[in-house]
Write a protein that binds this ligand. Structure first.
Ligand code: PLP
Length: 385
């Protein structure tokens, strides 16, 4: 038993920290595929690294502790994690996806799972009353992102979990945008949490990884079986890198959020901007719900340029902020959802769900906020059509 319970401390000391054989403060990278057996079937807890590896096990214990779950699982990417979770379903099952779900998540349902007879529908999970009417006997899971990518819409995780439980449906939350430092879906009633750890958890734009956390042994056995059977595991070196990234999550996240709040304030007052999307804005959709379920509004923002401004000119004039896919790194990254992260969603659906051609998404890094603001200000000045 430990004598600490604050997340800032758990980030550094949680899971299995250090190495009991040598006293190494950090968990070693066990770069091995296999483990010696003393006799057939008699071994020290590990037999083959797809099934289990000590470095990965330390990461898995850490993320389970951070999300207040029972078991964690590490995968080669966020998409490998999502694929593993939904591989527990069967032909004929259906999944409700919140609209504004990550483009790759939509794609794996539309182009892969559908071929296996697993159906999906995209629903507005922000509206609990309409969501109730969409529940049919074949629905086995609801996948939520809150805030959802890229318009940062908020879904009430606790309300969805309550309804789902009444119908024996799993509530699955992609917690990539918030991380356990800002929001803990299992505490709010969800059954499974998924992360693209590529983003804030890794935090340095130098690795691709996915994590899954559950809070009961039945689900843990199912995910563990799929992880070993389908094999999309995270490698020892990447597990080490991710543990290293997670240690600084609290200090990074505090600065990410501080910068987001400063830039939201700046953009909200700027004449080139039609609308700013940020769950920390009092007038934003779901502000009260987000306050109830998360520590703050996070550090992802989106904004729409007025029609007289050109997104391409704006991107071309930025000197500090990098035009790139992804988010959650120490450097500020900007993207054009319609042609980048959400390009796999057909145009008519994109327009229906508000991902217009003037929409820009910004992941605030941890640079000096004045430098970020100046870069945006100068680029906006020069981006009129
Ligand atoms: C990036 C992302 C994913 C996919 O993760 P990868 O690590 O790129 O495979 C899934 N969900 C969300 C919300 C993401 O941002």
């Amino acid at each position: 038993m430990t004598n600490y319970n604050k997340i800032e401390t758990k980030l550094i000391h949680g899971g299995i920290s250090g190495d009991k054989y040598t006293g190494s403060v950090n968990i070693p990278i066990y770069q091995t595929s296999t483990f010696m057996q003393d006799k057939v079937g008699i071994f020290k807890g590990y037999e083959y690294s797809r099934t289990g590896n000590p470095t990965r096990a330390a990461l898995e214990a850490l993320i389970a502790e951070l999300e207040n779950g029972t078991n964690g699982f590490a995968f080669a990417s966020g998409m490998a994690a999502i694929t593993a979770v939904f591989s527990i379903l069967k032909t004929g099952d259906k999944v409700i996806l919140s609209n504004n779900v990550y483009g790759g998540t939509y794609r794996v349902f539309d182009k892969v799972f559908r071929n296996f007879g697993i159906n999906y529908s995209i629903e507005d999970t922000t509206n609990i009353e309409t969501l109730k009417t969409k529940i049919t006997p074949d629905v086995k899971a609801i996948l939520i992102e809150s805030p959802a990518n890229p318009l940062l819409y908020i879904t009430d995780i606790n309300e969805v979990s309550k309804i789902a439980k009444q119908h024996n449906i799993l509530t699955i939350v992609d917690n990539t945008f918030m991380t356990p430092y800002l929001q803990k879906p299992l505490d709010l009633g969800a059954d499974i949490v998924i992360h693209s750890a590529t983003k804030y958890l890794g935090g340095h734009s130098d690795l691709i990884a996915g994590l899954v956390v559950v809070n009961n042994t039945e689900l843990a056995e199912k995910i563990s079986f799929i992880q070993n059977a389908t094999g999309g595991i995270l490698q020892p070196f990447d597990s080490f890198l991710l543990i290293r990234g997670i240690k600084t999550l609290a200090v990074r996240m505090d600065r990410h959020v501080e910068n987001a709040e400063i830039i939201v304030d700046f953009l909200s007052k700027h004449s080139a901007i039609k609308k700013v999307y940020y769950p920390g804005l009092i007038e934003s959709q779901g502000y009260q719900i987000n306050r109830k379920q998360a520590k703050n509004g996070g550090a992802m923002i989106a904004f729409e340029l007025k029609n007289e401004y050109s997104p391409d000119k704006f991107f071309a004039k930025l000197k500090l902020i990098t035009l790139a896919e992804s988010l959650g790194g120490v450097e500020s990254l900007i993207c054009h959802p319609a042609r980048m992260t959400h390009a796999s969603i057909p145009e008519n659906i994109r327009n229906q769900i508000g991902i217009t051609d003037n929409l820009i998404r910004l992941s605030l890094g941890i640079e000096n906020s004045y430098d970020i603001l100046t870069d945006l200000e100068k680029a906006l000045e020069e981006s009129e059509k």
